[in-house]
Design a protein around this ligand. Structure first.
Ligand SMILES: [Zn+2]
Length: 322
């Protein structure tokens, strides 16, 4: 698990002092490690040895390592569904009501993607939260706590997980996922502070497509209509136009940041340019507007090639000196 030192300390302390609550809500952006934290917390609660982390040697830990633990109930939305149905909450309740197998007599349930519970599921859960069966601990994991009923929220101890620092993501990518430092830096810069996002990014596009695209766009001024048209035609054929536009947004955002803050600016595309030579932040801001307009046009089903052509013509005419 990367980062979240404070949250982990609070949870460890609850276990070591024997003051684990009945219900927790782990919330925060997707991919920052909430589920891993919930799983590690459950393992620690069930572990018979105790300590900073689950020991990995006791009977409970060994059972967990085999992939199934009778005292751990995992609830998640079925793969083909968008809603976590009430039936799953009822099954969870029944399992929690059974006597615990482990020596500690505790059972733990983790509800993954808790925000996908529909109203019926949440009402059923509310009853469990009001009268927890036996010695049980519930951990709700969710990206968006505001989609949960207030009555559910108020019965859970909230543990919020923040986005990670880019440096933390970068380190984890190198140490735990074998990335080279250069690749790790690029992925981390586009990860929005989430290791999960970093791992899901299209690495090839970021390391090859992105610099190529930015270079092409920088070459637009002075290239006339034909260059703009050619680039539009090429991009319009691509599967994921949004990804290309997102790169342009990040590039012009960098230009604005650098223009305003100078060397103190944290730019995403730090690998690409001597930023000192970039045009002004005002220029960046106008280009940003142009790209946003294109997003809007495409959302309104504008013709892809024409919308991109209009964008590149505008970008090619933007006065660098402004
Ligand atoms: Zn153990």
């Amino acid at each position: 698990l990367v980062g979240h030192e404070h949250q982990i300390r609070v949870l460890r302390q609850a276990v070591s002092s024997g003051k684990v609550g009945h219900a927790y809500l782990f919330s925060g952006p997707s991919g920052v490690g909430k589920f891993r934290a919930a799983f590690a917390f459950a393992a620690l609660i069930l572990c018979q040895e105790g300590g900073e982390n689950a020991c990995g040697r006791c009977e409970s830990c060994r059972t967990l390592a085999r992939g199934f633990h009778p005292d751990l109930v995992l609830v998640e939305t079925e793969p083909d569904k968008k809603v976590l149905r009430v039936e799953l909450i009822r099954v969870m309740e029944q399992k929690l009501a059974l006597k615990a197998v482990g020596a500690k007599g505790v059972k733990v349930a983790i509800i993954r993607d808790a925000e996908e519970m529909n109203k019926a599921a949440q009402s059923a859960l509310l009853k469990t939260l009001e009268e927890p069966p036996g010695e049980s601990v519930l951990v709700l994991v969710c990206n968006n706590r505001f989609s949960l009923e207030r009555t559910v929220l108020s019965r859970c101890q909230a543990i919020s997980f923040e986005s990670l620092e880019a440096k933390q993501v970068e380190r984890a990518l190198i140490q735990n996922h074998g990335h080279t430092p250069e690749r790790a830096r690029v992925l981390a810069a586009f990860s929005e502070g989430s290791l999960g996002v970093a791992l899901a990014l299209d690495e090839k596009f970021l390391s090859e497509g992105r610099p190529k695209l930015i270079q092409a766009v920088r070459g637009l001024p002075g290239g006339g209509f034909s260059r703009a048209e050619a680039l539009a035609a090429r991009l319009a054929r691509e599967k994921d136009i949004d990804a290309s536009l997102a790169v342009l947004l990040s590039f012009y955002r960098d230009q604005v940041r650098y223009g305003l803050l100078g060397a103190r600016a944290r730019v995403q595309n730090s690998d690409l340019t001597p930023w000192e030579a970039a045009p002004s932040w005002q220029h960046g801001l106008r280009c940003l507007e142009d790209v946003y307009d294109t997003f809007t046009a495409l959302e309104a089903n504008a013709n892809k090639k024409l919308a991109l052509e209009a964008l590149f013509v505008k970008l090619s005419r933007r006065d660098e000196a402004c």
